[in-house]
Design a protein around this ligand. Structure first.
Ligand SMILES: [Zn+2]
Ligand SMILES: [Zn+2]
Length: 253
């Protein structure tokens, strides 16, 4: 089992030191993980200590520790993101859309605004950015593919239709999607992405990885066993991890 979406420092809740790294790695072992990855938010890049992760990981030889980053995708920042990603030898990079035209839409206080917007338009704006992220050649992975649903607003049109171009972009660029279990703890109360999107992605040949999106050590691996069962029920046959951007395949039996 694997968990490639965890945040060592959360939202700057704690420092990137050895003690915190160990707390996460020990939680990963307790959760029975074989592959574990840190993917902190790029906005805290200066506070991270990525070489120290590689050092600390040596004390856990039975755990494959990967170093990733979760990048806030903004189309106008592609150049900046490219430069940032060249500054470390990342195993993988998650591209996530948390922002539509300077609107940070996933903060709890934004729920009301979601409900006031025309739902199809909300989804179209979001997925058009996901499509751009997938075509940017910056990422290995697309984070929480249908995050825009978090406050419970559903589109009028079939979501597969609204997501079609983004799904094609992921497939054409060989990116991996993630089953992210954190959605269950948002108002929507379900994993990202929803079942019909996973099935559509499987039909397009898209592979999946797993992420708890843990912002604290105790949440590492949360609901991932159930996540695996869910993926299998949607036709997913294998999971993907990364080592220096190369895909590692783990068949699901
Ligand atoms: Zn995210
Ligand atoms: Zn995250």
């Amino acid at each position: 089992m694997l968990d490639l979406h965890t945040h060592l420092i959360g939202h700057q809740d704690r420092p990137a030191n050895q003690k915190n790294m160990k707390d996460y790695l020990e939680a990963a072992q307790r959760a029975g993980l074989k592959e574990f990855g840190f993917a902190d938010h790029d906005m805290y890049f200066k506070e991270l200590d990525l070489p120290l992760i590689r050092e600390v990981a040596k004390a856990y030889p039975e755990l494959n520790v990967r170093v990733g980053l979760e990048v806030d995708y903004r189309a106008e920042d592609e150049g900046k993101i490219k430069n940032l990603l060249q500054s470390f030898d990342f195993d993988y990079v998650i591209g996530s859309v948390h922002e539509i035209q300077n609107w940070l839409f996933d903060y709890p206080e934004e729920a009301e605004k979601h409900r006031k917007m025309e739902p199809d338009q909300l989804y179209i704006s979001y997925f058009s950015l996901v499509e751009k992220a997938a075509r940017s050649h910056l990422f290995t992975t697309i984070g929480h593919f249908d995050l825009i649903k978090l406050f419970g607003v559903r589109p009028r049109t079939d979501v597969r239709e609204l997501a079609e171009k983004a799904i094609n972009a992921i497939a054409e660029n060989g990116l991996v999607a993630e089953l992210n279990t954190a959605g269950r703890y948002k108002p929507i109360g379900e994993f990202y992405p929803e079942e019909k999107l996973i099935r559509e992605m499987v039909n397009h040949g898209i592979d999946f990885t797993l992420g708890s999106d843990a912002h604290e050590a105790k949440l590492v691996g949360r609901d991932l066993k159930e996540g695996i069962r869910f993926l299998k029920s949607c036709g997913v046959k294998r999971l993907i991890s990364f080592q220096q951007k190369q895909k590692l395949t783990f068949p699901l039996d």
